[in-house]
Design a protein around this ligand. Structure first.
Ligand code: ADP
Ligand code: ZN
Length: 743
């Protein structure tokens, strides 16, 4: 038998090996194996079996080993890898590394422990003899006899101060037995729920939910590829719909993947799935990068072996090697966090849709604020739309109140962090022992320029994105087309001198809150405080348990979390996401408002939302206030169409960076001419222009944008063209297909 393998360590090439007799039964397409390359052992993935090698078979070397009993990649995953390699212009090797967890690639063995137990009871005289002749053996024997079950050897020895020699002696006398047991390390085995009560009993579906569940069930029964977009307002019970779909898949013997956008959301979801399915004997595996190696390996093994058929995790869980995949749920499908910002730069949602297609499975996308990409796919007839228009139990949607910060600033003659309206509400809620969440907009881009008197922001006349302020040469630049002008010293709209307004940090908000409510217990949740593992679980748990009154944080706490006692949500700086140089800025702002508002009033008491902004009339804010997704989508799609932005075209970002700006510029200019010549009308090119962040770590950055009807044809052409250019060593390039982050 001859196999074609892809080595994982720096060889982007298929190599051929023979398979020794002993490994023939185990080696399959998708298996992780060890192969000799120039006398060193390397890890590789079997891509082909029984292939014709490019050298005479007699010259081939043999595989030296196999890592796991199960293939690391299923056939649909292998196909997916090939697609990602070409679509995202990523090296095959890096795609495979993203797909297979390091713990699995490391080939570290499953963890096993030795256990001890008594196998023969001693008569009293025998026992006395042992105690006399070998007191240490007697002590160990006595200890084990008092136990009801086998004991971990390592713990017993440590506890009694005994040694392996003592164990061996007892084993030789036939008094105790030593046994090796595989121990499974289960993530979140403590079933942490942060105090959320998770009952196994499913609630009775309301009519809207029942209709959606029925529609998804029909697709699942057909065993054909289908995508459903579930647009359900916040608190409408989308999770219950997902659970019913998973239930159906499990009952039919299939597997399901459940994606959430942030690691922070996995504990809540895992608790819900375990609460529902564990009693029926179905394990739920947790899959994300914050797990220990052991947990990852064991979870992976459980899925690859078919022992577990449900997996929950962030982006990379889309690569779980489950058997008989029938459903992929993508919760909060609009979240930019699904896009990976290092190579391979894939979008978890799009990969989920593609994998579902390869596996003839159903992909269920859900959101209160669907992405315009998915919405356009509904309009184009590719996805089926299901809607939930009401909160469960007819709970009221929260009231959104908009505070015009221009007036606040005028009144107080200076910087304002918390408006009077917000402060009033905070006092009331605190007095009633209800909880408060304050959001700070992380997407704020400090170099945008906004007048804090009138709220005006300068936009590029050609691109309809905010211009970027460059301090070094006092200019405003459009980072899409390069249009540039001198930075105004006064606001072009109202002539106020105060145009360089910057955002508020979490700390600043924390200080302001402490001044307003010194006795409130508050906790800050941002990337600084979240560096410690499991810290987010602890804070969210304390918040749910009522040990924290006010939670201050960035969007990371705005997603999907369900805290019934929160009745007030404040968005401190709505503007920051709106005036970034990104054509999705309005969409982001609308989503942010609706999502954070959705955190309020999920329990029995009605919720209120206070949004502070310098541009209260902006479309995104007004549509969000009315909770009018359709209205927003229609208006925004019209703008996208006019400028031919996604979803009407695809976008590819090409970054060039290096220490020498003239050199980069020269090569980038040359490159663009080549692309024009080769691809002609297939792409519209903008750039090269300096990136909005022109210099990072002493490297200058330039970028080129390609707008095209489809990435499938254009990207491979660009990659091919790249190989024909003689690039200098100190110019690094990165291609990002369907980028989510435009600066
Ligand atoms: P969404 O994800 O749409 O914002 P959730 O799925 O978190 O909403 O549901 C909100 C709350 O309503 C949850 O506590 C959930 O357990 C509960 N719930 C969902 N469906 C029902 C139902 N049919 N009857 C009663 N409670 C429900
Ligand atoms: Zn422009």
């Amino acid at each position: 038998m001859i196999v074609g393998v892809q080595p994982l360590a720096g060889f982007d090439k298929l190599l051929h090996y023979t398979v020794p007799e002993t490994l023939r039964a185990a080696v399959r397409v998708g298996s992780l194996v060890r192969v000799p390359i120039m006398n060193r052992s390397h890890l590789a993935l079997v891509l082909e079996k029984d292939t014709i090698p490019d050298v005479p078979p007699a010259k081939l070397k043999a595989l030296s080993g196999i890592l796991h009993e199960f293939p690391a990649l299923t056939p649909d995953l292998l196909e997916l890898a090939r697609w990602m390699h070409s679509y995202y212009a990523a090296r095959m090797e890096s795609v495979l590394e993203a797909m297979i967890p390091a713990a699995v690639r490391d080939g570290s063995r499953l963890k096993s422990e030795k256990y001890l137990e008594v196998v023969r009871l001693l008569a009293p005289d025998e026992h006395a003899a042992l105690a006399r002749k070998a007191p240490k053996q007697a002590k160990l024997y006595d200890f084990l006899r008092q136990q009801f079950q086998p004991q971990k050897k390592s713990l017993v020895l440590a506890r009694l101060g005994s040694t392996a020699a003592v164990v061996n002696a007892l084993v030789q006398h036939g008094l105790i037995r030593e046994e090796e047991r595989h121990v499974e390390r289960v993530a979140y085995a403590d079933n942490w729920t942060g105090g959320e009560i998770v009952t196994g009993l499913p609630p009775k579906l309301n009519d809207e939910q029942a209709a959606v569940v029925f529609s998804v069930a029909e697709s699942l029964e057909k065993r054909k590829f289908a995508v459903h977009l579930l647009h359900g307002v916040t608190g409408s019970g989308k999770t219950e719909v997902y659970l019913r779909a998973v239930e159906q898949v499990l009952a039919a013997g299939g597997s399901a993947i459940y994606l959430v956008p942030e690691v922070a959301l996995t504990p809540q979801t895992v608790a819900r799935l375990r609460g529902r399915f564990e009693s029926a004997g179905h394990k739920t595996v947790v899959w994300h990068s914050h797990l220990g190696e052991g947990e990852r390996l064991d979870g992976w093994t459980a899925l690859a072996s078919g022992q577990a058929r449900v997996v929950v995790g962030a982006r990379s869980a889309v690569f779980a090697p489950v058997k008989d995949l029938r459903l992929i749920v993508v919760d909060e499908e609009h979240e930019p966090a699904y896009k990976q910002d290092e190579t391979p730069r894939y979008h978890g949602r799009d990969v989920a849709v593609y994998r579902a297609k390869l596996a003839h499975a159903v992909c269920l996308l859900g959101s209160a604020t669907p992405s315009l990409e998915s919405f356009a796919n509904v309009k184009g007839g590719k996805y089926r739309l299901n809607t939930l228009t009401k909160r469960v139990d007819d709970k009221k949607m929260p009231d959104i109140q908009i505070v015009d910060m221009r007036i606040e600033v005028m009144r107080s003659r200076g910087m304002v962090t918390l408006s009077r309206l917000l402060v009033d509400h905070m006092h009331q809620r605190f007095a009633r022992k209800e909880q408060i969440i304050l959001f700070i907009n992380r997407r704020g881009y400090s170099s945008s320029m906004q007048c804090r008197k009138c709220g005006h922001v300068e936009e590029c006349p050609h691109c309809s994105v905010a211009m970027t302020y460059h301090r070094a040469d006092e200019t405003l630049k459009c980072h899409l087309c390069g249009h540039q002008r001198g930075a105004p010293v006064a606001c072009p709209a109202c002539a106020a001198p105060d145009i360089r307004w910057r955002g508020l940090g979490t700390q600043r908000v924390e200080e302001a809150v402490r001044r307003v409510l010194p006795r409130a217990r508050l906790e800050r949740m941002d990337t600084d405080t979240m560096s410690k593992k499991h810290r987010f679980r602890q804070i969210l748990g304390d918040f749910r348990a009522g040990k924290i009154d006010i939670l201050i944080g960035t969007q990371m706490i705005g997603k999907g979390l369900d805290f019934p006692n929160v009745t007030l949500v404040g968005l401190v700086d709505a503007d920051l996401s709106m005036h970034v140089p990104d054509f999705r800025a309005n969409e982001r702002t609308f989503q942010l408002l609706v999502q954070v508002a959705g955190r309020a009033g999920r329990g029995d008491r009605a919720g209120e939302v206070v949004v502070q902004t310098f541009t209260p009339k902006a479309d995104a804010i007004q549509f969000a206030k009315r909770a009018d997704f359709d209205g927003f989508a229609e208006a925004e799609l019209a703008v996208r169409k006019k400028f031919a932005y996604p979803p009407y075209r695809h976008l590819v970002h090409h970054l060039f960076r290096g220490p020498n700006p003239e050199k980069i510029r020269f090569f980038a200019d040359h490159w663009v001419k080549q692309v024009e010549k080769t691809l002609g009308d297939a792409v519209e090119i903008r750039g090269p222009v300096p990136s909005p962040i022109e210099k990072v770590k002493d490297e200058y950055r330039f970028q080129v944008w390609y707008f095209c009807a489809g990435a499938t044809k254009v990207v491979p052409e660009l990659v091919k063209l790249q190989t024909t250019v003689n690039w200098p060593d100190d110019v690094t390039q990165v291609l990002d297909v369907d980028p989510m982050n435009l600066f």
